[in-house]
Design a protein. Structure first.
Lengths: 1051, 328
């Protein structure tokens, strides 16, 4: 009996009218956990009931605590007939199970019904008393922390990054059970929601067990997805990176003895003078803690017995860097050996992280990906996970071998996804092959100091660009040059990666979002024939996506892609490919060549004229883009670099001159006959279309930038004003005589228009950057394309940008030093941390005390001023309205006391809270962002993972405003429920927020629609940096109830 | 390729003030789009008509969802569905409850019933407001009226509390409720020259001087009504008019007090009771104020007049109203 769960139902408000006769409701609440249910009294005839219940206590073991959600049902009592359900609240109590996160969940939760949406709110308090469990063979994994964030969380330090963890659970989908034919849609939806919640809990517990087995204490970059396989089942699967994390008790006070405060300053000169002779450390000590092995069921050697069609391929998009540098030679070998030994003990040396501690990433090879087409109706034992495990193991094995081919031992920025249509499923995995520094991969207490030198051998800001593979034995044809930064090692001409831009990378100018979009029609077919045709199409799609990306990259005058994500979606009669990435100009890589168009029929005069016209347009676009993204690399004399690439200035001159007459084109062909010039051959109308479509990508309007990575190179002075949003569009492709061309055009227009409309919507935030722009494509039905975008718009300060526009090296140093926070996570490179020697769950009590001191009161403060940035704008708007409506005379809005009588905490807080203008708000602000940080703020505490799954259904689609009204309301409801949960945990933001799934189905004829949404993120407490400075040491008495900062009472 | 579904949901609800005003003014989406086009938005933002349409539709949908909450402003502040910064919430409420004075003038003193609502198309034609805007404003009046009908206390403050309106707007609503309650016939031709502002001010004066709330703040009756007891008492004052003696005495007292102070003394006598003609005789506002002051205080010197307090209470209200009404 290692845990006691306590629940108190305080009150409800704004309940719906359930009794038409009296226009009132007789509400009571059922509280259910596992198989135990408690009930409150009926609070008669009120829409704002005050139950003030006793504490309902559930005595449960911690395994149950991890798996089960707390289920709260609000009902209307009816004497004569069955009680009507008003709605439910599911509360994941996982955050209460580890002491560093939340201690209590308390606040107003929206009461949610899958048919009616949100119906009022309920105030609940939840606590858990955990008893220490000494049982070593326990089935629970309480205490393992989970983070969605794909970098080391801000207030932690990575002691060891252990590696990959995965798990998968399968169950029958309630929607496909026989009982579904006789139960109501509500019952069916609730069964599904509950099942997925249970499965998520179970999955998380199982992953936690693996983490403990690996001697880690946390999972970072945790990505959980579900696959609706239909008849064959419902799969919930997750991957993540196991780490041992240490909490930084207080970042500002964190100045260990042997580490001077100006550490990062010191490091830079050290980096600039790499000393290759210091690599004296011997082969690394055998690893003590990598004894982790997968369960036997996952042995990937076993072939899937089904006769499905398999197809896997790697578009060898990756480029790497050379090992040819003379000084680097023996040293590199040593490094490789070390890393190898560290990684070879892992079955899959994969990391779901996309941002790394400085120095972690030694070299980047390029993107590796694998896809496989499977038939779901051929699963022998659908209720067991074995078959799917085998599928994924196969794909991972392939990824691993691709990485090896690139001379890399590890894959970073790793992710997995599926696309299902009927019985066909495409499994995809992708990542970036890389060579890693072994220092972080083992218990490097003492070695840390020695090995640190090794990493410094690669110069800062360009080391990761150097090729990891052998120059003479390259896995694919690539064009290598000496690094433009250090001039010692070889680099490829372009670099594609799935990770975020490393902090130390030297970038010239700004980056931009680059997308490749593609559709391919396929015949409707059954089973194997269908799988075969899909398999046959995939390589062509990958190739075209890659070509498009390459062209668009060159069109922008850039040479590297980060955050590359290629999504291939399968539908009944077509495949869609959407690749998104952030293009940048890496200073270490050569200037990209232009795009050269070559016509096929040189004798046709008008044709040639047309070609030359196109060529001019392309050249103009490149020139314009260079200006727009401020790409002006320093000019280097050719002899220094020894590069065969023409000097940029010269080239652009040539390009400009060429359009005058058709004769010149041939001349110029010669001048561009060099290897790096990218030649597009226009041999048919298709190719012409492709070139046209290249040019249709409109640049964002002035003042806007966009990227799909965490940070935008070239912009650092963010303001705290952020706006996270989700936009969804569903378009009908209409006519039946579709060709690939019209499809491509339609798809392209759909994406472009969506982006345009985002820019327009957010125009008041200019100058602003859309960060972490995440597109997902679905083909819900024949002829229907659904695109969902989630991103965050962040305003930046334009004036400072101009100042910051200095020489590239200077800039990167500046960035490295300004980004103290980043650095402070790993401040112990030179000295062993006293805590590091302690096992996975270190001195909680000590740290806990220290953090909660600053954390909670600060957060409260943050909440109350949060809107200050809006205030000015709103004021001016109020003025406007005043002008329009003559009756409104000048006057301030009077501050009145809160009308909220339902919250017992309210009054106490009202007294010591001063609030600016509007007053009756009892809702605290919760920020949401897909990024792992909040600009201008410091995350002081992680409160736990948010992982929520909702179903919404309607049988009165028209009445709810049609499909748009329905989905608009649902997404707003999802946001509201996420915010409410975060607030109840005592948090004021969600970071690394992601909408993993949005499955929308409609049947307009029946006036019905259904939607499933799955979202996740990390609940945090943040404090504005400006306040942090003003905050001295907080007296520990202020700790009080963290709940109050959350749910109910502001102002 | 048509977009069936097209939505944008921000964590902070995005609200475009211009579109909000168009929505409040009762335009349809396509009307609003063409208005925005005329405003030159396309040129300024370099976007396309389809983007503008999608944006307008999206905003209108948001407003429709918000409307339910705007009907009960405290709920707007408590609800969890839309995260809206408080200053913006205030602006939304203020915008929603703002009304066209011309419309309010039309409806002043009328019963806020279904019948009146049906007549709104005429009002719409006369005021140039769209029928939708008229309906919204009418519904606002009715909603505020219903909400405070049964409540006790000072009307304007009650409205301010229940609808979170800025005080001046709350006072205007109080006036509307007051007129709706007392059914003053403000539609008479002779009163046509009075604007809503005039009448609202009068209502405030009347409430200020005559209602229970004005006498005892914790009054048992709502403020919208002039207390019956007061109206009863007023009958006592009739002596001032009906009793010839008292009338004459009163008249002479006022006349003597004002002799030499009022430039239009000659006309004063004739205009003694009916103040309407004052205008035609070009009294100045100052003159009128002096006259009323004297008229109020004069009965103190009248023997046998026992209702001086009541009289002064009555006259304070009347005087303030008359002064307000007295303009071209």
């Amino acid at each position: 009996m290692p845990g006691k769960l306590k629940v108190k139902i305080v009150a409800g408000r704004h309940l719906p009218v359930m009794d038409r006769a009296s226009d009132l409701t007789d509400a009571f609440v059922e509280v259910k956990f596992g198989n135990t249910t408690f009930k409150t009294d009926v609070y008669p005839k009120s829409l704002n009931p005050q139950w003030n219940s006793e504490w309902f206590k559930f005595e449960v073991d911690d395994e149950e605590l991890q798996d089960e959600p707390l289920q709260i049902t609000v009902l209307d009592h009816d004497t004569y007939s069955a009680n009507d359900a008003i709605g439910k609240v599911y509360i994941d109590i996982d955050p209460l199970l580890y002491s560093e996160a939340a201690t209590v969940i308390s606040g107003w939760f929206p009461i949610y019904d899958t048919i009616h949406g949100i119906r009022g709110e309920i105030n609940v308090v939840v606590k858990v008393d955990l008893f220490n469990d000494l049982n070593r063979f326990r089935q629970s994994s309480c205490g393992v922390k989970f983070f969605c964030t794909t970098s080391i969380p801000k207030c932690y330090r990575a002691v060891i990054i252990h590696g990959f963890v995965e798990e998968l659970v399968v169950n029958e989908d309630p929607e496909y059970q026989w009982i579904d034919r006789i139960r109501t849609p509500r019952a069916s939806n609730e069964a599904r929601q509950r099942l997925i919640s249970l499965m998520s809990g179970e999955l998380q517990r199982k992953i936690g067990l693996k983490v403990l087995e690996m001697r880690g204490n946390a999972v970072v970059g945790y990505l959980q997805c579900f696959d609706l396989e239909g008849e064959s089942g419902l799969v919930v699967r997750a991957i993540g990176t196991v780490c041992t994390l240490d909490k930084l008790s207080n970042t500002s006070a964190f100045l260990p003895a042997c580490n001077s405060p100006s550490k990062e300053m010191k490091e830079i000169p050290f980096n600039e003078d790499p000393n290759p002779n210091t690599h004296s450390s011997g082969p690394s000590t055998p690893l003590k803690n990598q004894t982790y092995s997968f369960s036997p069921s996952k042995s990937y050697s076993r072939q899937s017995s089904s006769s499905d069609t398999d197809l896997s391929l790697t578009p060898k998009t990756g480029m790497g860097s050379g090992s040819a540098g003379k000084e680097g030679g023996p040293f590199k070998t040593l490094l490789r050996q070390q890393t190898q030994s560290a990684l070879e003990q892992r079955e899959f040396p994969f990391f779901t992280l996309t941002t790394f501690p400085p120095g972690f990433l030694v070299h980047v090879g390029g993107v590796v990906s694998a896809r496989s087409v499977k038939l779901l109706d051929r699963i022998h034992n659908p209720d067991e996970p074995e078959t799917r495990d085998a599928w994924w193991a196969e794909i991972r094995q392939e990824i691993k071998s691709h990485a090896k081919a690139l001379g890399c031992h590890a894959v970073v920025g790793y992710s997995e996804s599926t696309s299902i249509c009927e019985e066909v499923c495409i499994l995809s995995a992708s990542g970036t092959a890389a060579v890693l520094n072994p220092r972080f991969l083992q218990d490097g207490t003492v070695e840390g100091c020695l090995e640190q030198r090794i990493e410094e051998a690669s110069p800062p800001g360009c080391g990761f660009c150097h090729i990891p593979y052998d120059e003479l034995n390259m896995p694919f044809p690539a064009h290598l040059t000496y690094c433009y930064n250090c001039r010692k090692q070889k680099v490829p001409d372009v670099l594609f990666t799935t990770i975020d831009l490393p902090v130390e990378a030297i970038v010239i100018g700004k980056g931009c979002l680059i997308q490749a979009r593609l559709c391919r029609l396929k015949k409707k077919a059954q089973a194997e024939a269908n799988a075969t045709s899909i398999s046959n199409l995939l390589p062509f799609m990958e190739y075209e996506v890659h070509t498009q990306l390459m062209n668009k990259l060159k069109l922008r005058g850039m040479n590297a892609l980060f955050g590359l994500r290629i999504q291939i979606t399968v539908g009944e009669n077509m495949l869609m490919g959407l690749a998104s990435a952030t293009g940048v100009y890496l200073a270490a890589l050569p200037t990209p060549g232009g795009i050269q168009i070559a016509g096929k029929t040189p004798n046709d005069g008008t044709y040639e004229q047309h070609i030359s016209h196109m060529q001019k347009k392309i050249n103009d676009t490149i020139a314009k883009n260079k200006e727009l993204y401020e790409i002006n690399p320093p000019e280097l004399p050719e002899e220094i670099i020894g590069s065969p690439i023409p000097e940029p200035r010269q080239r652009s001159r040539l390009l400009r001159s060429q359009s005058e007459s058709s004769d010149e084109v041939t001349e110029l062909d010669l001048s561009h006959g060099k290897k790096d010039a990218f030649v597009l051959e226009i041999d048919d109308t298709d190719a012409m279309e492709d070139v046209h479509s290249l040019l249709t990508d409109a640049p964002p309007p002035s003042g806007f930038y966009s990227c799909n990575t965490e940070i935008m190179p070239g912009i650092s002075n963010w303001t705290p004003e952020i706006q996270m949003f989700t936009a969804v569009r569903v378009s009908r492709l209409g006519n039946i005589n579709l060709t690939n061309q019209t499809l491509n055009k339609n798809f392209n227009d759909l994406c472009e228009n969506l982006l345009k409309s985002l820019y327009f919507k957010l125009r008041s935030m200019v100058p602003c950057c859309l960060c972490h722009v995440n597109f997902t494509v679905a083909l819900p039905e024949d002829e229907l394309v659904q695109i969902a975008v989630t991103a965050v718009a962040i305003t930046f300060d334009k004036n400072q940008t101009l100042q910051a526009n200095k020489a590239p090296t200077e800039k990167s140093q500046q960035r490295a030093s300004t980004d103290n926070e980043e650095q402070l996570q790993f401040p112990l490179e030179l000295c062993p941390d006293p805590l590091a020697s302690q096992p996975s769950l270190p001195a909680k009590e000590v740290l806990e005390g220290a953090t909660s001191q600053t954390g909670i009161p600060a957060a409260q403060r943050a909440t109350s001023i949060d809107y200050s940035s809006f205030a000015d704008r709103c004021n001016s708007w109020i003025e406007l309205i005043k002008l329009k409506a003559q009756t409104i005379r000048r006057g301030s809005i009077k501050t009145t006391a809160s009308l909220d009588k339902t919250s017992p905490l309210a009054e106490g807080y009202l007294r010591h809270r001063s609030v600016p203008s509007c007053t009756n708000s009892t809702v605290s602000v919760v920020k949401m962002t897909p990024l792992s940080f909040l600009p201008g703020a410091k995350i002081t505490k992680y409160l736990g993972i948010i992982n929520m799954f909702f179903i919404r259904e309607t049988t009165s689609l028209r009445e709810e405003g049609g499909v748009s009204g329905f989905l608009h309301a649902f997404i707003a409801e999802v946001f509201a429920m996420v915010r409410a949960h975060v607030a109840a945990l005592g948090g004021n933001a969600v970071v690394s927020y992601i909408m993993k799934q949005c499955v929308f189905m409609e049947n307009p004829n029946k006036n019905q629609a259904q939607c499933l949404i799955n979202v996740s993120g990390d609940a945090v407490i943040f404090v504005r940096e400006s306040e942090l400075e003003m905050l001295p040491v907080q007296p520990s008495t202020v700790v009080s109830q963290p709940t109050s900062s959350g749910g109910d009472v502001t102002t | 390729m048509t977009s069936d579904l097209d939505i944008f949901v921000g964590n902070t609800t995005l609200i475009d003030e211009e579109v909000y005003q168009l929505w409040l003014d009762g335009y349809t989406v396509s009307e609003a789009v063409s208005r925005r086009l005329r405003g030159g938005l396309l040129e300024r933002s370099g976007t396309s008509v389809s983007v503008l349409q999608s944006d307008t539709r999206d905003h209108f949908r948001t407003f429709q969802m918000l409307e339910r909450l705007l009907h009960s402003p405290p709920r707007l502040c408590q609800q969890l569905l839309f995260q809206i910064p408080p200053p913006r919430q205030a602006a939304l409420i203020q915008g929603y409850y703002a009304f066209e004075p011309a419309l309010a003038r039309e409806l002043l003193g009328k019963k806020l019933s279904k019948g009146t609502k049906k007549e709104l198309d005429e009002v719409s034609a006369r005021t140039g407001l769209s029928l939708r805007a008229c309906r919204r404003q009418f519904d606002n009046f009715k909603r505020v009226f219903k909400a405070v009908e049964e409540l006790k206390g000072p009307l304007a403050e009650l409205i301010q509390q229940h609808f979170l309106l800025p005080p001046p707007l709350a006072r205007d609503y109080a006036a509307i409720v007051f007129f709706a309650n007392s059914r003053f016939e403000t539609g008479k031709r002779r009163l046509q020259f009075l604007s809503f502002g005039d009448l609202a001010a009068c209502a405030q004066h009347m409430m200020g001087h005559w209602t229970q709330g004005a006498m005892t703040p914790e009054a048992a009756e709502p403020d919208g009504d002039v207390p019956r007891s007061f109206l009863q008492d007023l009958k006592e004052l009739k002596v001032l008019v009906s009793d010839k003696d008292l009338l004459d005495q009163h008249k002479s007292l006022v006349c003597s007090a004002l002799r030499g102070k009022i430039s239009v003394y000659n006309e004063m006598e004739t205009n003694f009771k009916v103040l309407d003609p004052c205008r035609s005789d070009h009294w100045s506002l100052g003159d009128l104020r002096l006259f009323l002051g004297s008229y109020t205080t004069a009965p103190r010197a009248l023997g046998g007049f026992r209702h001086q307090l009541l009289w002064e209470r009555y006259m304070a209200g009347i005087s303030a109203c008359l002064l307000r009404m007295y303009h071209e």
